[in-house]
Ligand binder design. Sequence first.
Ligand SMILES: [Zn+2]
Ligand SMILES: [Zn+2]
Length: 298
Amino acid sequence: MCLTCVLPMLLPAAPTPFPTAAPDAGWAGREVGGRITWTGCAGFLLEVDGTRICFDPYASNPGVRDTLFRPARPNQALITETFGKVDAIFVGHTHFDHAMDVAPLALASGCVVHGSATTTEICRRQGVDRLHTVADGTKVEIGPFTVEAIASRHGKVPVAGRIDVLELSGTGMPRTVFRWPRGQVFAYRVEVGGLAIHLQTSAGIEDAPLARQEPVDVLIACLAARQGTDRYFQRLGEQLRPKVIVPCHHDNFFRPLSEPPRPVARLDWPAFLDDVAALSDAYGTRLVQLPRGVPAPL
Ligand SMILES: [Zn+2]
Ligand SMILES: [Zn+2]
């Protein structure tokens, strides 16, 4: 057998986008005795000391036809099954794949929704009255968690970006799922038990708010539509110097959660692995992948 045939067998297999097993305890470099679940798209559920907070909860995945032609019809049973009862909800922006399940979850949980003025207004129109509009630098304490809002930007989506709705108009709800407005975009920094996590739930960057940030243990980074943001991972890496990077928003969010995840459009996974390798060379960053819907130790 020649060297060309043997070498690939000796090298470890490159990671695939959607593993099914959770990483071992201690993956973040520090254990806080909690759990974290990637729930699909940009959704995360964090649980520590009995307090449960979530980011961009989204389980209803209505499919392309209903997204284009029907108003949002959240799947309450699936939302409850996916998130249970939570103590707070934080929203990165108001597009449907980040926000259409927020109001039903908030009403079922009786918790506060934290997000942009657009997010809180669209929740108010759905009957939620526990609302907190955040601004850049706003800090919120929930049990053991401290969460800071960081003004950010949306990734550039080809074609769809040109017909994107930016703000909520009128008095009622958007006519179709696709017409849910973007509103202001936020990233979030979470600190809990000495662990710092940065959630970049959309792939744009606002330079000055990012420049304010201290290094983090874990960078959770949106992969969808990152190609339009110049030096996306390099800029995040230079400022945050993450010990670990966790990808998110890399699954096709039109497909139901009951089916195995498929890549989002233009995922370009090999290019992501190249970016991770560059972060690893520069800062020793390790890639950790969370399986969708499976709690991992935190
Ligand atoms: Zn969006
Ligand atoms: Zn999105």
